[in-house]
Design a protein. Structure first.
Length: 270
C-alpha cells in the first residue's frame, strides 16, 4: 500500500472542510477525486502533501506518518503538481531540475543532470530545454510541471486539476501521458477533476466528495447515474460508445430545447 488515510478531518475557521476521510491507494492506480466546487478536493490534496495539517486522523505514506516526516522526506515520497503554475523567467531544463531539490545535498550532481535529461526526452520536451517558461503554451507548461514532479522519483503523484484551461487535444495528451507513466512505473496518482467523462475514461478508481466527506468510492466503472445526481444534483444518463462510458446530463434546458425542435421538424415535414 502506497498511501493510507485514516479518519482525516480538517477544520478552517471553525468549519469542517473535511471530516472522517478514509481511503487507501495501491501502486499502479490512478484515482480521481470528484465533487462540486468548494467541497474540499484541493484541501484534501494539500493535506496529503502536508501543506495543510489536519486536526484529526493520520496519513501514512508507505506506513510512515507524514506528520512525523520533514518536508524533505515528504518530497522524496510525494510529488505535487498545483492547479496553476505561474510561468517564470527560467528555462525548461532549470525548471525540471528544481524537482531534484529533495535529493540534492551540496551541489547538483552529474546523476541529477542525467535524470533531468532522461525525463525531458521521455516527455518529448527536448526541443524546449532552453526555452523560457513564460514563452510556452498551457499544454507545454503542464508537461514541464509533470516532468518536474517525475524527477523527484516519488511513488505518489498528486495533481490538482491537471487539465484545467487546456484545449481538447492537450487534455487528452496530458491525461494519456499521466496514465501511461503510472502504469509504466507502477506509481500511484491522485488527481482532482471536474470533467466526469475524462475521469471515467482515464482513471481506475474514484472518490466522490459531498458535504466534506466521502459519499462513495470504488472502481470508476461502478459510478451510476444515481451517484452523480446525489453528488451534483443533476440527472444524467451513462451510456457507452466503443466500450467507453459517457455521462450525458439530462437537464431541463436539454428537455425544453428538444420539445421546441421536435414540433418544428414535424411542421417542416408536413
Amino acid at each position: 500500500m502506497i498511501l493510507t488515510v485514516n479518519d482525516l478531518t480538517f477544520t478552517y475557521r471553525s468549519c469542517e472542510t473535511l471530516k472522517g476521510i478514509h481511503f487507501s491507494i495501491q501502486p499502479g492506480e490512478l484515482t480521481v477525486i470528484l465533487g462540486p466546487n468548494g467541497v474540499g478536493k484541493t484541501t484534501l490534496l494539500k493535506c496529503l502533501n502536508n501543506i495543510l495539517s489536519p486536526q484529526k486522523g493520520n496519513i501514512l505514506i508507505k506506513q510512515q506518518n507524514t506528520q512525523e516526516m520533514t518536508p524533505r522526506q515528504i518530497a522524496r515520497e510525494i510529488a505535487y503538481v498545483a492547479q496553476q503554475s505561474e510561468p517564470a523567467r527560467i528555462t525548461v531544463f532549470d525548471a525540471v531540475l528544481m524537482g531534484r531539490r529533495p535529493h540534492i545535498n551540496y551541489r547538483v550532481s552529474k546523476q541529477d543532470l542525467i535524470k533531468v535529461d532522461a525525463v525531458i526526452r521521455h516527455l518529448n520536451l527536448s526541443k524546449f530545454s532552453l526555452k523560457y517558461l513564460d514563452q510556452m503554451s498551457g499544454g507545454e507548461l503542464q508537461k514541464v510541471c509533470i516532468a518536474r514532479a517525475l524527477v523527484q522519483q516519488t511513488d505518489l503523484l498528486l495533481l490538482d486539476e491537471p487539465t484545467a484551461s487546456l484545449d481538447l487535444k492537450n487534455q487528452t495528451q496530458i491525461l494519456g501521458l499521466i496514465r501511461h507513466i503510472i502504469k509504466d512505473h507502477q506509481m500511484a496518482a491522485i488527481m482532482t477533476m471536474h470533467d466526469l467523462n475524462a475521469a471515467m475514461r482515464y482513471a481506475d478508481k474514484y472518490i466522490f466528495l459531498k458535504e466534506a466527506t466521502i459519499y462513495s468510492a470504488g472502481n470508476i466503472l461502478d459510478i451510476t447515474p444515481e451517484m452523480v445526481e446525489a453528488v451534483y444534483g443533476v440527472k444524467v444518463e451513462i451510456t457507452h460508445h466503443r466500450g467507453l462510458p459517457i455521462v450525458i446530463p439530462m437537464d431541463d434546458h436539454h428537455d425544453s430545447r428538444t420539445k421546441r425542435v421536435m414540433p418544428a421538424m414535424v411542421e417542416q415535414a408536413a
